[in-house]
Write a protein that binds this ligand. Sequence first.
Ligand SMILES: C[S@@+](CC[C@H](N)C(=O)[O-])C[C@H]1O[C@@H](n2cnc3c(N)ncnc32)[C@H](O)[C@@H]1O
Length: 249
Amino acid sequence: MTKVVVVAQAGRFQREAELLSARLNCPVHDSDAVPEAHFRISVGDTLSVVCGSAKNAYNVYVDFDDMRIRQRRQAGSKDLLVRACGLHKATHSVSSIVDTTAGFGADAWVLAGTGVQVWAYERDRLMYELLENARKRTMFANDAARLKFIHGDPAAENQEVAADVIYMDPMFSGGLRKALSTKNMMFLQEWLGSDYSLDDQSRVFRWALKQARNRVVVKRSDKAGFIDELKPTFQIMGKTHRFDVYQRG
Ligand SMILES: C[S@@+](CC[C@H](N)C(=O)[O-])C[C@H]1O[C@@H](n2cnc3c(N)ncnc32)[C@H](O)[C@@H]1O
């Protein structure tokens, strides 16, 4: 069975589907003749991925309008990540954040909702395409100006970034974890597999400690140890996960 195919939802999306298939380096099919494939990337107004087959198939896309994300944006300074980044105080001095692990963009979108500038990096090409599609589909100009998605790894080649806070949400930090929803997490685990090794987390973390002006924030599942076994300055505890905060400067 082919692993990945790109499919146009209708004839008018065929050209877009062809361009995407070239960027993702996988075959493209029109909607009439879709071969069996574990991942079917569906190009329409909403870019989505159908994963699995028959009754076990599920569909994912980036949804900034998801109810849980809206609730987090409305919670403002009560949101645990917003607190961990130091944005809850009326007179905070944080103006820029680098999110090193954009994923489905939920955390980046919540942080941008506080008014700071967010650069969210995603190194996987398909995840980046899903994020960009949602940005174009749903964001108003002022939000889009505050949140930029960048395809790539910010820590590659030790590049310099000027950010007050650097945030990382590694996928595997000791057991499976509920993120945005089980479906999105399941998809990331199926799509990315073991691409995100512990060594890799450590490399990004060490880079972040050198670059962040104010702090590095690391999301961990509640039972996981410290990243790189380094004790944080303080922690913000949630029910299933926590944020370890490493203060700099
Ligand atoms: C657990 S998800 C992040 C979920 C995200 N916090 C959210 O709110 O949707 C981790 C994501 O980070 C990406 N990633 C992992 N390491 C990266 C790196 N070094 N640079 C850029 N992206 C990375 C993975 O491809 C994956 O999509």
